[in-house]
Ligand binder design. Structure first.
Ligand code: SF4
Length: 944
């Protein structure tokens, strides 16, 4: 009967399945996650009716995920803020007075102007997952504060820094598998909500070609669920697994020696001078050129001379009597050690010895027996012509799960080492750089903020974030005290390239290393899912000093929605949704380039705000002008830019280089470098809001050593000069820090940091027990606890969304059924998850697809009652939970000294080091925080 009705309906002649869903279509860029897909937004009478993928867009080729299509509900979310707010009650009580923008901006300018005139460091300006960091960083530099960063320090700085110091690129934003040619993909701990559509499109290509996908992840969800092989590793032991693979490849002599000699620093000589100030540094000649040993001439030579035949093993004596050994020998000595044999690491990793051996064998077989040849001549950096491009079709990808551990920097380095040993960097079938990468570390962009670079009323001469190349680049006082409020680039986190946002509130509250005046946050839910120790962070935000004032005197916050953080702001600057503003996904920040060439994108407003809100970027530009910041006000004190759109089109970071690379020059005929073009934004809009440039075929692989590519990259301003970028198996920068810790050089760590720096700053990758695990009693906290990212939600953004809430509206703790049985727990029982720091109550579900020693939950679905326009009894608040409550920003208190729960190299937050036990609990959430009261104008939705 039903079938008959359906047939009748479908056969009706008037059925028009492709009827346009609206009267207008506008193209822009999605912002429901960080992936930056192109979208077509259909409107009817000015209201958004439907969102679809843009088939011409280079990122998603028309593919749209659940989040992207649900953008319509994000835009019309009842949680949208409607007007600037000024706090009138106690912090945290959500008692605000609506004010006009003139008053809001006047107040912000008054607070900020006062501190800029006295000590710009009293401003801490931190942003969350915003995509305008080229602007926000520039603004901080013009203000003159080094206290700036975005969310990368608690997301993936381990991965970014490890990649950039090793291979001049990194996973995800600066590189991706060669989806067209790869035959074997090894995924490590991937977050399903990052790079979502491109990975799904890529995995589909691999599956269609019959390529093998192996996923290393304690939890079998998302991409892991469609992998051919799931390796359910114990959290934090991925580095050991990779070392065992390297051990096997070295033992069986399955490494690409030609690749190592031509493209890496394997032959570079490392000085052996125990106790000396140059021990472990590269041997250099009088001109500063790194040396190798030329076997043919039997003498030392410039390591980067194309004609030499370098020696890879054995110690040599240089002409001046110094002794040195090639990098490759150090590497082989270390990883051939029996401690890294598969049978030695198997139990610790929770993986069978034979599985590890099997992966090593398959890697070697695919890399060396299924090598790929593309009949495309190319010329290398030394001018040697190659008739074809030969590649090793094994690729790797990693993200969260690697980076969120305190040993993550070295683990990620280990993966890059494995890629280099296989000859699988930017070759056909392997992992490829996304333009504008590769970028070499030298000349490095070093972080600004030294004493001579910060002065009242002055801009800083360089951006606040960068890449130190040695102790002298740290931002510390003479006694080692950090100069930044988050202690980035100090001895506590020397290579903190993305800052330490997760430590800002604690340090500001403590006045350590100094008190600040204003905490200025954008899109950063720091009183909920973006904070470790959520309850403690809230207490710090509301704590008062001896004078009765708040210990953090001013908090300015900008958000489009009533997130948990709004309640703790003194001044709220309401932002627009992503469909109501101009935006710029810039080559100066993290563009949408691919291995085929550079690309960038914009957002355009497709609807006008129906509330009294302003795009944060416009607000920042106006504030900059009001404060007279040199980049934002003319010498006569007039605004330099009308708004963000005007800034995007006219700003030049250096002559001819602006936020957008496409259609530059007055006639719009230049790419990357050229004069500002008043019609540039219109050209982007005509083109679907993106620009891309296709590299010619001879430039598409071996970019680190491809003469034509390097020359064109230099012309486009991506690199300073067209020199070979040598891949770094051995990172000398790390050894420089270690030497300082051993008492060498003018800048040395304070006594308390020496042993720690010496231990962790190893120039070759190491593995150590995650720091929390090493510090706790394993018997008291026998389980690992991690979060996974659901594909249909991005951080906390999705759980206000009426459509996405139908997929998940609460989270459970997932426990292996054997583990639960041993604890006497059953499906849907309530438990406390107890860590050394705190506990959180939740309900469990039993599963098979998880490492038995690990429990997990979805990230950021639990909500504080009253926030995000959800009814106080919404499932997110009533039955959802936030694991952050059990995670501390510090290592256990019994340690002799206060230590960050973070990677000691980069300061990356160690979210996934968490160790817990489960205790049976009563049902309910009476231990939850009191509900928040939404400000006027925020509509409270329904529970469900
Ligand atoms: S992956 Fe989905 S949410 Fe993310 S940008 Fe693309 S369409 Fe939007």
């Amino acid at each position: 009967m039903l079938r008959a009705q359906r047939r009748k309906r479908l056969s009706r002649p008037e059925a028009a399945a492709s009827e346009p869903p609206g009267d207008t279509r506008a193209q822009t860029t999605c912002y429901m996650c960080a992936c930056r897909c192109g979208i077509n937004v259909h409107l009817s009478n000015g209201r958004i009716r439907y969102i679809e993928g843009n088939r011409d867009h280079p990122v998603n080729r028309g593919v749209l995920c659940a989040k992207g299509s649900a953008g319509i509900m994000q835009h019309y979310s009842p949680a949208r803020l409607r007007k600037p707010l000024l706090r009138v009650g106690e912090r945290g009580k959500s008692e605000f007075r609506e004010i006009e923008w003139a008053e809001a901006l006047g107040l912000a300018a008054q607070w900020l102007g006062a501190i800029r005139g006295s000590d710009p460091r009293k401003l801490a300006f931190f942003t969350g997952r915003d995509q305008s960091q080229a602007l926000t960083s520039w603004w901080a530099q013009q203000f003159g504060t080094p206290n700036y960063a975005a969310h990368g320090g608690f997301c993936s700085v381990n991965m970014a820094a490890a990649g950039l110091y090793s291979v001049a690129g990194s996973f995800w934003e600066f590189g991706e598998p060669d989806w067209e040619h790869s035959r074997y993909l090894l995924l490590f701990g991937v977050a399903e909500d990052h790079d979502s559509n491109p990975i799904k499109i890529g995995l589909n290509k691999l599956r269609q070609r019959g390529a093998k996908i192996v996923s290393v992840n304690p939890v079998r969800t998302g991409y892991t669920a469609i992998a051919d092989e799931w390796v359910g590793i114990r959290p934090g032991t991925d580095g050991l697994l990779v070392f065992a693979l390297i051990h096997e490849l070295l033992r069986l002599e399955h490494v690409d020696l030609d690749f190592l000699v031509r493209y890496t620093n394997a032959p570079w000589l490392v000085l052996r001078h125990p106790g000396g100030g140059d021990d472990g540094l590269f041997a250099r000649d009088g001109e500063g050129r790194v040396l190798a040993w030329d076997r043919r001439a039997n003498r030392e030579a410039d390591a980067q001379l194309a004609g030499i035949v370098p020696q890879l093993v054995d110690e040599v004596t240089l002409a001046d009597g110094r002794r040195a050994v090639p990098v490759f020998q150090l590497l082989a000595e270390r990883y051939l050690d029996p401690q890294y044999a598969p049978e030695a690491v198997a139990e610790r990793c929770g993986i069978a010895t034979e599985t590890i051996r099997g992966i090593a064998r398959e890697l070697a077989r695919v890399a060396f027996e299924e090598q790929i040849t593309i009949e495309q001549p190319w010329t290398d950096w030394a001018g040697r012509r190659h008739e074809c491009m030969v590649g090793r079709p094994v690729s790797m990808h990693a993200m969260r799960g690697i980076s969120a551990h305190s040993n993550g920097f070295h683990t990620c380095r280990a993966i890059h080492l494995l890629q280099m040993l296989l000859g699988a960097i930017d070759t056909p079938g392997s992992w490829r750089y996304k333009s504008p990468y590769p970028k070499p570390m030298t000349p490095a962009m070093k972080p600004a903020g030294h004493a001579h670079q910060v002065a009242p009323g002055e801009a800083m001469p360089a951006p606040p974030l960068g890449y130190p190349l040695g102790p002298e680049d740290l931002l510390v006082e003479a006694d080692g005290t950090p100069r930044r409020i988050d202690k980035a680039f100090s001895w506590e986190a020397p290579l903190a390239a993305h800052g330490l946002m997760h430590q800002v509130i604690r340090n500001a509250w403590k006045g350590d290393p100094y008190p600040i005046d204003t905490l200025f946050l954008y899109m950063a839910n720091m009183s909920w899912n973006s904070a470790m120790n959520t309850a403690g962070t809230i207490a710090m935000l509301t704590d008062r000093g001896a004078d009765g004032g708040y210990r953090i005197p001013h908090i300015i916050y900008s958000d489009a929605y009533f997130s948990e953080m709004v309640a703790y702001a003194d001044l709220v600057l309401p932002d627009t949704t992503y469909l109501e503003r101009w935006d710029c996904i810039s080559l100066l920040d993290r563009p949408i380039g691919s291995p085929e060439g550079p690309a960038d994108a914009i957002r355009q407003p497709v609807v006008k705000p129906d509330r009294d809100v302003r795009p944060f970027q416009d607000v920042l530009i106006e504030l900059g002008a009001r404060l007279g910041l040199p980049g934002f006000a003319t010498s006569e004190g007039k605004p330099r830019y009308r708004d963000y759109a005007d800034y995007i089109a006219r700003h030049e970071r250096k002559p001819g280089v602006g936020p957008l690379a496409g259609w530059r020059g007055e006639a719009g005929d230049k790419i990357a470098v050229g004069a500002a073009n008043p019609a540039q934004l219109a050209r982007y809009v005509e083109n679907g809001c993106f620009w891309q440039h296709h590299l010619p075929p001879e430039q598409r692989y071996f970019k680190h050593a491809n003469r034509d590519y390097l020359e064109s990259a230099a012309q486009m301003g991506f690199i300073d000069r067209p020199r070979q970028i040598v891949l770094q198996l051995y990172v000398e920068t790390l050894q420089k820090f270690r030497l300082a810790a051993e008492g060498h050089g003018p800048v040395q760590p304070p006594e308390r940091e020496r042993e720690r720096i010496a231990r962790h700053f190893d120039p070759l990758p190491i593995w150590y027990t995650p720091l929390e695990e090493a510090a706790i009693d394993a018997a008291a906290f026998p389980l690992h606890a991690v979060t996974q990212r659901p594909m249909p939600m991005y951080h906390s953004w999705g759980s206000q969304n009426a459509w996405l809430r139908q997929i998940y509206s609460r989270n459970y703790l997932y426990v292996h059924r054997h583990t639960a049985a041993a604890l006497g727990l059953g499906d849907e029982d309530w438990v406390f998850v107890v860590s050394h720091h705190g506990r959180v109550r939740c309900q469990i579900r039993l599963v098979d697809g998880v490492n038995p020693g690990t429990v997990w939950t979805w990230n950021a679905i639990g909500k504080r009652a009253g926030a995000w326009g959800l009814a106080p009894d919404a499932p997110e608040a009533r039955r959802g939970f936030l694991l952050n409550t059990a995670i501390s920003e510090l290592l256990p208190a019994h340690l002799p000294e206060e230590r960050l729960n973070a990677d000691p190299i980069t300061g990356q937050a160690a979210w996934y080091d968490l160790r817990v036990r489960l205790e049976r609990a009563d049902a309910g959430n009476e231990d939850a925080l009191e509900p928040l009261s939404p400000p006027r104008g925020v509509i409270v939705g329904s529970g469900r």
